[in-house]
Every structure is written in C-alpha cells, then in structure tokens.
Design a protein around this ligand. Structure first.
Ligand SMILES: Nc1ncnc2c1ncn2[C@@H]1O[C@H](COP(=O)(O)OP(=O)(O)OP(=O)(O)O)[C@@H](O)[C@H]1O
Length: 243
C-alpha cells in the first residue's frame, strides 16, 4: 500500500502512487525506499544534485527499469518525454507523432497535437530538418497525442538554448492549463521548477529530503514576491551559495 501524502489527505485523487521504491547499482544504493504520490492535474518538480537519482526514479515510475523494487501504480495513461527527442530519423514528423497509435481519426489526432505545439505545417518534415526546439516540440506532441493523465518529463528542455527553453516552459504551462494533465518534471533548474510546479521535491541520499508546496499564482514570474525566497531556500538546501 502506498504511503499517504498531503495531496491524498486533502482528498485529491492520485494519478500516481509509488511506494518503497528501491534501486541499487551494485553496492551503490541510489533510491532507498522512495514514497511518492501525485494528484490528478498536479505538476510536481523533482530537483536534486547531479547523480542524486532523479532520472533513475523517473525511469522506475515509467516502468522502464525492471531491476527496481517497490510498487508503482499509475491511475490512467502516462507518457514520457526525455531530454533527447528520440524521434525516429527514418520517419516523417507525423509518423513519429503517431507511432503505435491506432483507432479512429488517427490522422486528425496527430494533426491536432502538432497544431498545439505550433508545428502543423511541418508534419511532412524529416526529424533532421528540424531545429532542436522544434524536435522537442514534436516529442511533446507525440506524448500529447496519447491524451496522458500523467506526463513524465526527464529534463525535457535541458538540451535547449535559454530562449527556446523559456518558450517551451510557456508552452508547457499553456498545455497544462488546457489539458489538465499531471506531470513529474525532472529538472536541474530551480527557476524552471518554481515557474512550473505546484510542489517541489528534492531528492537527496536516496530519499525525498524536502517537499515544498509552491503557493505562487498560475501566471507567476521570477519577479513575484515570494519567488526569490523560495529560490534561495531551495538553492540553500542544494548547497549552492546565493550570496
Ligand atoms: N545503468 C547504470 N549503471 C550503473 N550506475 C548507474 C546507472 N544509471 C545510473 N547510475 C548511477 O546512479 C546514480 C543516479 O543517476 P541518475 O542519472 O538517476 O542521477 P540524476 O540525479 O538524474 O543525475 P543528473 O542530474 O546528472 O542527470 C549515479 O551515481 C549514476 O552513476
């Protein structure tokens, strides 16, 4: 049975429950019994120092790691977006978005997903013809087309330049408002976490060491009162000097 968390105690329906997640590589224990609940529609950012196990946890939750122990239940459909777009170079954009998709109106669904990320006109392009930001938007469309209840995002904008990254953050915020999906966002970037998340978790020494609700408005910016204090608090917990 999964451990109860604040979101369950307030009555929100979970989209993901994970209990006692444990993963070691040889004698190195990376996840030492992680409990995690994500409420329906909630965006949770997962921060932690390099090597703290963020990607490992995401892979376990996505069902991509058969060697972990513990229990994960996703109540609905999950889709994953990685730091690399992972598009198949021999398939056009539309075919990449529709990979494995079946059922009625597949072409219409692909078209709508591409329109939502602003790339409807590139549906016949090859992945090699896209910029890094465009390819990552196709990867987001490929996740969206599955109408996920939960997006698992592993540093999805980590390989992009600063400006494209900001644009992608705005896009994700808009898509979330329109679709209401929940998300687990693995990121190195404290500002990105504060801009996008309802709750921030900090992974340290195999455990969730900090759980921080982000009580800022949905259209928050770094200039908002409260943003700076949360930023300093998180950087302090990450051991990064701010003065
Ligand atoms: N397949 C593997 N074999 C051996 N060790 C691994 C493997 N995958 C991850 N690790 C180790 O597990 C630890 C956590 O790695 P992970 O990639 O999850 O960290 P992370 O927090 O996502 O790091 P970063 O922020 O740098 O991406 C690291 O010490 C890493 O070397």
């Amino acid at each position: 049975m999964a451990t109860r968390t604040a979101s369950q105690l307030t009555g929100a329906t979970p989209v993901l429950t994970a209990h006692a997640i444990h993963r070691a590589f040889g004698s190195a224990v990376v996840l030492a019994g992680v409990d995690l609940t994500i409420a329906r529609g909630e965006v949770v950012a997962l921060l932690g120092s390099s090597g703290s196990g963020k990607s490992t946890l995401l892979r376990v939750l996505a069902g991509l790691d058969g060697d972990a122990s513990g229990e994960t239940v996703v109540h609905g459909t999950a889709a994953v977006v990685f730091q690399e777009h992972r598009l198949l170079p021999w398939k056009r954009v539309a075919a990449n978005v529709g990979l494995g998709l079946s059922g009625p109106d597949t072409a219409g669904r692909i078209d709508r997903a591409l329109r939502e990320v602003g790339l409807a006109e590139r549906h016949r392009a090859w992945p090699a013809e896209l910029s890094g930001g465009q390819a990552q938007r196709v990867a987001v469309a490929r996740a969206l087309v599955r109408e996920p209840d939960l997006l698992l995002l592993d540093e999805p904008f980590g390989a992009l330049d600063a400006l494209t990254r900001l644009r992608m953050q705005v896009l994700l915020r808009r898509l979330r408002a329109e679709h209401g999906f929940a998300a687990l966002l693995v990121t190195h970037d404290v500002e990105e976490a504060l801009l996008l998340a309802d709750r921030i978790l900090l992974l340290d020494e195999g455990h969730i060491a900090v759980e921080l609700p982000v009580d800022l408005g949905p259209t928050r910016t770094p200039d908002d009162p409260g943003f700076g204090a949360l930023r300093r608090h998180l950087l302090d917990r990450l051991g990064v000097p701010t003065t």
